[in-house]
Write a protein that binds this ligand. Sequence first.
Ligand code: NAD
Length: 361
Amino acid sequence: MSKTILILPGDGIGPEIIAEAVKVLECLRDDFGLAIEMQQALVGGCAYDATGSPLPEETLNQAKAADAVLLGAVGGAKWEPLPIAVRPEKGLLGLRAGLGLFANLRPAILYPQLAAASTLKPDVVAGLDLMIIRELTGGIYFGQPRGVETLDSGERRGFNTLVYSESEIERICRVAFDIAMKRNKRVCSVDKANVLEATELWREVATQVGQDYPEVELSHMYVDNAAMQLVRAPKQFDVMVTTNMFGDILSDCAAMLTGSIGMLPSAALNESGQGMYEPIHGSAPDIAGKGVANPLATILSVAMMLRYSLAAPEQAERIEKAVEKVLDQGLRSADLASPGATTVGTAAMGDAVVAALREAR
Ligand code: NAD
């Protein structure tokens, strides 16, 4: 049965990079028998311009009905003066909430061909392949009570609450263990159990869930040590699972180890495996419309979609191999330009991936 993908190009470089991802999907559909149907809708600033809302109801309904959503990026200076409630980023948050996307998968992969792009020594990062799994709908970003209050003394006090229920911890840990089973069977659960009771519970539940996965080696690490280890020896990790805020920080740190924002995909999944897939970078207004953006993060997001929401891991591998081949050929977009490499634009990079896919038939 054919699967439905909702395509949301968004703003800035979004439409340019999405066009290349669509080329790849069309190639898999036409040449490799991938049974998909693609629909397109508006989200972000372009949706606000057209409808007055960054997330029109029709878009949310289409997203709910789809098997997976592929998003480019949203936002730009044009919409910054708008009230927060209708800013482009609200479109993203509305999709996350509306689809119940509680598990954020953020791989940090450094292809050996790009080792020089990292600020760390090549031998520390070359071949890095780790997956950070961040809880996305709970924790201190959403906990109640929260706010700023004025004390009797007249001084103001700000407060937020870190809350996690056992079921919230359990479901995110299960995602981590399931993914580890398909990788190198190691999970590192990151917490601050020595100081925060909520993460003491996190550690306890992670350990319980681990008992259902005897093949997976579980370790626990305090978040401060995890930050240090990520920079010292990142290749020691396979899958890391952690809270919303710790994951927010650690995943950006891990992404930057690779030095290549234009290469990193991401996924956000709900309980039924439905997901939203997008590059980790934003709408890059500084290069929008110039045809120089790197489309590989978006193309690799398609690979994640095939693996995690469309049950087509062999098609995902095809894409990943094609991307590696293109890098082996020395093709680089401007963000990764290096001596001896050939700098190509957005469309030429997409075409090269499609050609590599076809050659591997
Ligand atoms: P950004 O990621 O858009 O850009 C940061 C830098 O990286 C820029 O110099 C940009 O040119 C470069 N870059 C990003 N993607 C690239 C690509 N594919 N190829 C080559 N170079 C690339 O971050 P920013 O400048 O802080 O934000 C710009 C806008 O994007 C803002 O409106 C922000 O709110 C929005 N944003 C959206 C998302 C999202 O849609 N998920 C995420 C982050 C930021």
